[in-house]
Design a protein around this ligand. Structure first.
Ligand code: IPM
Ligand code: MG
Length: 356
């Protein structure tokens, strides 16, 4: 029986970039079953839920999830169901705690970055972000009134096992890379960070061959634009990782360039279950215009091949095809500085297909 891939385009440019990624993936893996389902605002509209049961059921029988993006300003009203609860719900439902965001410069795009090219040569870091705990999920989490004054609370909580397991992911990854882990926290202020730093240091003792450094999150944000090449694996809790990974993405020239893979405890009998998504978001300002950068989505399909299908040849082919298209001059609008000629999403994907 063919393996199933759940295709979850979601909202905004998620639709366009997922179509591009699917085109590339189908060309190499026509043997798979691709099944599409609604998530996010699109699902609220049609099923009154950001993560309908039918979507969850599809995900349960799939070996991997190809995800676009969720979010829609139309659902910003207080009390409204939020499209974002789809991605948070998936992370929670499958215990997808380890979000990997590889930040690599595609040579040729250094001019699109806001940093000078000499700071970018050799840029190759991996953000390892915890995605099932911390501020995103801690309780209580609500808005209320306190002595007639509006107030709101979110709770940042980490438990030892949650820190241990994400730290292990980071150290294991570092062993296959440059053997350096930078753990990010705010231990001068936050109790959760003091626990985080202590537990990460403990786990680190099991990896004497990997160098561990601790950075405060504000320093990490500064170092990322001062000297990004100093980083190998960047280990962070949920909220810090969300912020730092957008910053890191911009080093490569555009938020649209970055893919991600998320793994957890969930297993699939035929491969490593994972969720694959570009980190860019829905970009409501350009949604539906056919001009979004599909690189992050296409590279997410490459990660899907590598990790969930153990198909390294397809992964490498996709990555090489994107690099070749860029080398041949293909650029979407976000990658052109000063307003030169740019390709739309489909035309750019045509170039990738040709290179494939
Ligand atoms: C991301 C996104 C999500 C997050 C949103 C859509 C909830 O920004 O994956 O980085 O903050 O985790
Ligand atoms: Mg984000």
């Amino acid at each position: 029986m063919a393996l199933t891939i759940a295709v979850l385009p979601g909202d905004g440019i998620g639709v366009e970039v997922t179509a591009a990624a699917l085109r590339v993936l189908r060309a190499l893996r026509g043997d798979l079953e691709y099944e599409q389902a609604d998530v996010g605002g699109a699902a609220i509209e049609r099923h009154a839920s950001a993560l309908p049961d039918a979507t969850l059921a599809l995900c349960r029988r799939s070996v991997a999830l190809l995800f676009g993006a969720v979010g829609d300003p139309r659902y910003d009203a207080p009390g409204s169901a939020r499209p974002e609860s789809a991605i948070m719900g998936l992370r929670k439902a499958f215990d997808l705690f380890a979000n990997l965001r590889p930040v690599k410069l595609i040579w040729g795009l250094e001019g699109a970055s806001s940093l000078r090219p000499e700071l970018l040569r050799g840029l190759d870091l991996m953000v390892v972000r915890e995605t099932t705990s911390g501020l995103y999920f801690g309780q209580p989490k609500r808005q209320f009134e306190e002595d007639g004054v509006e107030a709101a609370v979110d709770t940042m909580i980490y438990r030892r096992p949650e820190v241990e397991r994400i730290a292990r992911v980071a150290f294991e990854l570092a062993r296959g890379r440059r053997r350096h882990v930078t753990s990010v926290d705010k231990q001068n202020v936050l109790e959760t960070s003091r626990l985080w730093r202590r537990v990460v240091a403990e786990v680190g003792r099991d990896y004497p061959d990997v160098e561990l450094e601790h950075l405060l999150v504000d320093t990490a944000a500064m170092q990322l634009i001062r000297d990004p090449q100093r980083f190998d694996v960047l280990l962070t809790e949920n909220t810090f990782g969300d912020i730092l990974s957008d910053e890191a993405a911009m080093l490569t020239g555009s938020l649209g360039n970055l893919p991600s893979a998320t793994f957890g405890a969930a297993e699939h009998p035929s491969g490593r279950f994972g969720l694959y998504e570009p980190i860019a978001g829905t970009a409501p300002d350009i949604a539906g215009k056919g001009i979004a950068n599909p690189i992050g989505a296409i590279l997410s399909a490459a990660l899907l091949c590598r990790y969930s299908l153990s198909d390294e040849p397809s992964a490498t082919r996709i990555e090489n095809a994107v690099a070749a298209a860029v080398a041949a001059g293909a650029r979407t609008r976000d990658l052109v500085r000063g307003g030169g000629p740019a390709l739309g999403t489909e035309a750019f994907t045509d170039k990738v297909m040709t290179a494939l």
